[in-house]
Design a protein around this ligand. Sequence first.
Ligand code: GLU
Length: 466
Amino acid sequence: MDQIITRFPPSPSGYLHIGGARTALFNWLYARGNSGKFIFRIEDTDFERSTQASVDAIIEALEWLGIDWDEGPYFQSQRLGLYQEYVQKLIDNGHAYYCNCSKERLDIVRKEATSQGKNPKYDGKCRNLGLKKSDDTAVRIAAPLTGVTVVDDLVKGSVVFQNLELDDFIIQRTNRTPTYNFAVVVDDIAMNVNTIIRGDDHLSNTPKQIILYRAFGSPLPKFGHVPMVLGPDKTRLSKRHGAMSVTAYRDMGYLADALINYLVRLGWSHGDQEFFTRKDLIQKFNLENIGKSAGIFNPEKLTALNAEHIKASQSKDIAKKLIPFLKENGVISNEGLYIEKVIETLKPRSKTLKDMSNQALFYYTEDVTYDIEAAKKFLDSSSLTAIDLLTQEIENRECSSEKDVEDAFKSVVDKTGLKLSKIAQPIRVALTGKTASPGIFEIIDILGKEKVICRLKNAISFIKQK
Ligand code: GLU
């Protein structure tokens, strides 16, 4: 079998959104899992809507997602000569013709057809006139007038289009720019693309593209049209359903692996499996299991999956990604043992990196700020003895291991007759400012003797001043 060649060809008129990222991902996974090739192409022939900022944003998003390409980015705007050559091929083989119908005439034809309840299509006036190229000519395909064009789709099955419904669509405008359907087909032929996975909003373009492949005498690629991603209210995903751009998820503290896992599940399944590593996906992704119904974007599910990916990640990998979030919170931290230990305690309890960085603050702060409710409930005279005793116990020990810390607590339990839980909560508030935190022994171990004593003493003064 020929090498599998897929592509991702965004139009650069905005950021990379969730739906586009899923399309890129499906093509990328299919290529990566089959020793194929993944091509990246920028479809920027719509000069008015295309911007460099969008190109940059799309590249940034793909790079963050870890979707790498083997060829490209190609820019259609730099390939106009090639499209011209291919236009000429179709003129030469009789599959295309020059048309000089004015916009006014086309409007009239369209209106007449509509008023008669007919399909408002081009009436083929110039098809047999043998016009020559001139300043006012566009180029049209001579499409089949009868019969059907069948899209044999990997996802939708066989979809039949009546050729009568299609028309001699323009392939090159009067200003010599190619139309979308034409440029796509020329590029896909020239780049030997043989597998096209894209949103089903493109299904109606496919018969036109098939007509072009046939006119060129080129073999058809495999097509798979994936149902669009919808919002929870079953309407097409849009801004009101939450963030749309991929990089917004990065900025909110989602891991690329989690987003990839979530995106792929919005249209593909592998039994009941929900959690996939990137490697897993590359191995398991296939075209057979792309779903026929629309994926519903559910931000809560994405967040839950993100938490699982955080849990499953190596702390040293998280460290690199967490540092910018800490910085946003005013914390300067380097990679190293300290941050890794901090992360180790927060991994099981963080939904996002942002959430983790908020939870990590107490490890870095000089002054613990107490939650008002927590302080009211736990930092009062009834906890003074326990805090005081623990301070002494810690002062008298090395406190170089969690076990040592545990012994310090045991000693306070013995001396006061209080339950460990009764002692732990005031200490937790004293050290972190909050009633919920990672395990108290590990916190003390990470903070270190000096900081812990300082915080405990501050809590004692706080209680005494109350
Ligand atoms: N440029 C098109 C788009 O962004 C993609 C075309 C295709 O996949 O064939 O929708």
